[in-house]
Design a protein around this ligand. Structure first.
Ligand SMILES: Cc1cc2nc3c(=O)[nH]c(=O)nc-3n(C[C@H](O)[C@H](O)[C@H](O)COP(=O)(O)O)c2cc1C
Length: 224
């Protein structure tokens, strides 16, 4: 059965729009899959430490001292959470046109050489290869402005979704979904409409993913 990892990155613990979308997703998922496993990692509330020179040395070391093992202990735990999940639900606001620093700190802790990707120059110009595969990532966003799409006035300024999409490939993500709320800073009818659209899209996506989960279960039964 699909194991879900939920990550919240908003610094706001009340009135957070991304947290409310993630609540909607997990509530709907759990109502359809009451026995499914779910792990919650709240990096907005408890940001992982920023990596240091010593951390990098430990990550690249072939043999490690006890101190280096200790430095990587949180990274090991966070990577284990990713490894065990088939579905990752990532709730992330846009801060300064990109991801919150706490979420970047999480990515820096989990995208790790020989744990989540390997590096081999024998592969030519594409030496990096993910270790994990077949994961689905659902990115739930909110931003204050709007018009980040092609031809719109903020085109090219959304550094949140492309960054998450690219980095998550090195966590074994092969299927990516994005649902977002816009216009938060305007607080007008467009914001309310965007919020409703996002909420309805979350419901639909849960149904689609549940359907896919059922198909996969049937296929594995037939193959057994
Ligand atoms: C520190 C900070 C930086 C922000 N930067 C941007 C931004 O660059 N572009 C934007 O459209 N909205 C920006 N916003 C607005 C947030 O993306 C918006 O309030 C969103 O709803 C926050 O997510 P949350 O409701 O889950 O906390 C910023 C908000 C904060 C607090």
């Amino acid at each position: 059965m699909t194991q879900l990892l939920r990550i919240d990155a908003s610094a706001r613990t009340s009135r957070s729009l991304t947290r409310s979308l993630a609540d909607k997703f997990t509530d709907n998922w759990m109502s359809r899959r009451p026995h499914a496993g779910i792990v919650q990692r709240d990096v907005g509330r408890n940001p992982p430490p920023i990596i240091s020179e010593d951390w990098i040395a430990a990550a690249f070391a072939k043999t490690r001292s006890t101190e280096q093992e200790r430095l990587l202990a949180l990274s090991d735990k966070l990577i284990a959470e990713v490894n065990e999940a088939q579905l990752i639900v990532l709730a992330a606001p846009m801060y300064n046109y990109g991801m919150p620093a706490a979420l970047k700190a999480w990515f820096d802790q989990v995208v790790r050489i020989d744990k989540t990707f390997t590096f081999d120059l024998a592969r030519g110009d594409t030496p990096l290869k993910p270790v994990f595969s077949g994961k689905i990532l659902v990115l739930l966003t909110s931003w204050g402005e709007f018009g980040f799409g092609p031809g719109e006035h903020n085109e090219g300024r959304d550094n949140l979704t492309p960054h998450v999409r690219t980095a998550s490939q090195y966590l074994g993500v092969e299927e990516f979904h994005h649902i977002g709320i816009e216009y938060q800073e305007f607080g007008d009818g467009r914001f309310e409409a965007s919020r409703k659209r996002a909420s309805a899209a979350v419901e639909l996506l849960v149904e689609r993913l549940i359907g896919k989960d059922e198909e996969d279960a049937e296929k594995s039964k037939a193959a057994a």
